[in-house]
Design a protein around this ligand. Structure first.
Ligand SMILES: Nc1nc2c(ncn2[C@@H]2O[C@H](COP(=O)(O)OP(=O)(O)O)[C@@H](O)[C@H]2O)c(=O)[nH]1
Ligand SMILES: [Mg+2]
Length: 372
C-alpha cells in the first residue's frame, strides 16, 4: 500500500495546467508535512516542453509521454509507485490539453484495479477566463467544435478552478464564476491565479481535504461532437539546435520571439490557429527562455527571457494546433527559414514529430495499406 494521493488536472490548451500543478505543489510543500510531485503527461514521443520545464523546478517530477495516461494504465501505476518510493505523498498529473475521459479511464480504472492503493483527490478542471468566453457565445477565433471539449472538461470535473484571476477585475471574476455556475450548478468552483499565487493555498487545502466520489459521468466521450473536435487538432514537437554562423553571441530573445511571430503570421494568413504554441530553451546556470502563444491574434506571453546571449542553443518547440499537421509544419518551416536568414543562424533539427489527433498510422497502431 503506497498510500499516495493522486489528482488529475484537466483543462483546455493553455489554461494553465502545468503552471497550476507547480503552484499547487509549492503550496503543499511549503505549508504541509507532505511532499507533492508532478507527473507530466502529453502526446508525442519526446521533447515535451512541459516535462523539461517542470523537471527544472525544485518539485519532484516524472513524465509519461507517447500517449494519454488514459491508455497507459500499467505505466501510470508504475510511475505512481515509483514516485511514492521517492517520497511523494501526493502526485498531480495533467492530461493532454483537449483531453476528456480520464475520469473513466484513469480514476475508475485505478479504483477498480488497484482498490485502496491510491487515494483519489478531486478530478480538477482548470479554466482559462478568456477561453470560457467561447461558452458565452463569443467568437475567440477557435473553431466552434472546440466548445464541446471545453464544456465536457468542466462537466467531467469534481472541482472547477477558474485560473488567471489576476487578469480579471472583481466584476469580471463574478461574471465568469456566474457563467460557470450556470453551466455546472452542482460542481464546486474555486478561483485562483497560478501566476500570482492568489487563491492557490485555499485551492490546495480544498483538494487535500476532499476525495473524488469517482462517479461515472456521461460527457459525450466518443460522440460525433467529440470526434469533430478531435479531428481538428494536430500536435507538433520539434527540437532544433541553433548556431550563430559567425560564432558571435546572439540575443536569442529576439530570434525566438521572431520565430513565434512568424508562425503566428503564417497560420493567420492561412486561416489556421494554434491554441497553444510554446517555445522553451535553457541556457547556462538556470538562465532560460519560455514563452507561450495562446492563439494567432494574441500577444506572445513571456514567462521568462534570457538574461545572457549565446552562440548556440537547443530549443524545444511544441504546438497544439487547430489546423492540420501539414499546415502547422509549413508555418513553422517558413518562420524558421526567415529567422535563420535574419539572425544568421544555422538550424539542425534533432527531433521532429507532427501528427493529427485522428491520423491513421499514428504510433505503433499504424498499418500498411495497398491499392490494386
Ligand atoms: N496571467 C496568468 N497567466 C497564467 C496563469 N497560469 C498560467 N498562465 C500562463 O498561461 C500560459 C499557459 O500556461 P500553461 O501552464 O503552460 O498551460 P497548460 O497548457 O494548461 O499547461 C503560460 O504563458 C502561463 O504563464 C495565471 O494564473 N495568470
Ligand atoms: Mg501544460
Amino acid at each position: 500500500m503506497s498510500g499516495v494521493r493522486y489528482m488529475v488536472v484537466s483543462g483546455f490548451l493553455g489554461a494553465g495546467k502545468t503552471t497550476s500543478m507547480l503552484a499547487l505543489s509549492r503550496s503543499v510543500n511549503s505549508r504541509h508535512p507532505l511532499r507533492a510531485a508532478i507527473l507530466a503527461n502529453d502526446l508525442g514521443e519526446g521533447n515535451i516542453l512541459d516535462a523539461e520545464y517542470t523537471a527544472m523546478s525544485e518539485v519532484m517530477t516524472d513524465c509519461i509521454a507517447g500517449d494519454c495516461i488514459c491508455y497507459q494504465h500499467e505505466s501510470l501505476v508504475d510511475r505512481l509507485r515509483a514516485l511514492g518510493g521517492r517520497g511523494a505523498d501526493i502526485v498531480f498529473s495533467d492530461i493532454p490539453g483537449c483531453g476528456i475521459g480520464a475520469l473513466d479511464h484513469v480514476y475508475r480504472e485505478l479504483a477498480g484495479r488497484e482498490p485502496g492503493e491510491f487515494r483519489l483527490l478531486p478530478f480538477t478542471c482548470i479554466v482559462d477566463p478568456e477561453r470560457l468566453e467561447m461558452l458565452a457565445g463569443k467568437d475567440i477565433g477557435l473553431p466552434g467544435e472546440m466548445r464541446f471539449l471545453l464544456n465536457a472538461q468542466m462537466a467531467e470535473a469534481d472541482l472547477i478552478i477558474l485560473n488567471k484571476i489576476d487578469t480579471l477585475s472583481p466584476a469580471g471574476r463574478e461574471e465568469k464564476l456566474a457563467l460557470i455556475a450556470s453551466l455546472h450548478p452542482d460542481t464546486p468552483v474555486m478561483a485562483m491565479s497560478a501566476r500570482s499565487g492568489e487563491g492557490v493555498d485555499a485551492a490546495a487545502d480544498y483538494i487535500l481535504s476532499h476525495d473524488s466520489p469517482v462517479c461515472g459521468r456521461d460527457i459525450g466521450y466518443g460522440s460525433e461532437q467529440f470526434i469533430a473536435a478531435e479531428r481538428l487538432m494536430s500536435w507538433y514537437n520539434r527540437r532544433v539546435f541553433f548556431t550563430e554562423r559567425g560564432g558571435r553571441n546572439l540575443d536569442f530573445n529576439a530570434a525566438l520571439g521572431a520565430l513565434m511571430d512568424g508562425v503566428s503570421a503564417a497560420l493567420r494568413a492561412g486561416g489556421g490557429n494554434v491554441p497553444h504554441f510554446k517555445v522553451f530553451a535553457s541556457g547556462e546556470d538556470g538562465d532560460y527562455f519560455k514563452a507561450s502563444l495562446l492563439g494567432v491574434g494574441c500577444p506572445i506571453e513571456y514567462d521568462r527571457r534570457f538574461e545572457r546571449r549565446y552562440t548556440a542553443l537547443s530549443v524545444i518547440i511544441n504546438a497544439r494546433a487547430s489546423v492540420d499537421a501539414d499546415a502547422m509544419s509549413a508555418a513553422v518551416e517558413a518562420a524558421l527559414e526567415a529567422v535563420k536568414a535574419e539572425y544568421n543562424l544555422n538550424a539542425r533539427t534533432y527531433f521532429l514529430e507532427s501528427f493529427g489527433m485522428m491520423d491513421e498510422g499514428r504510433g505503433n497502431g499504424g498499418r500498411a495499406s495497398r491499392y490494386d
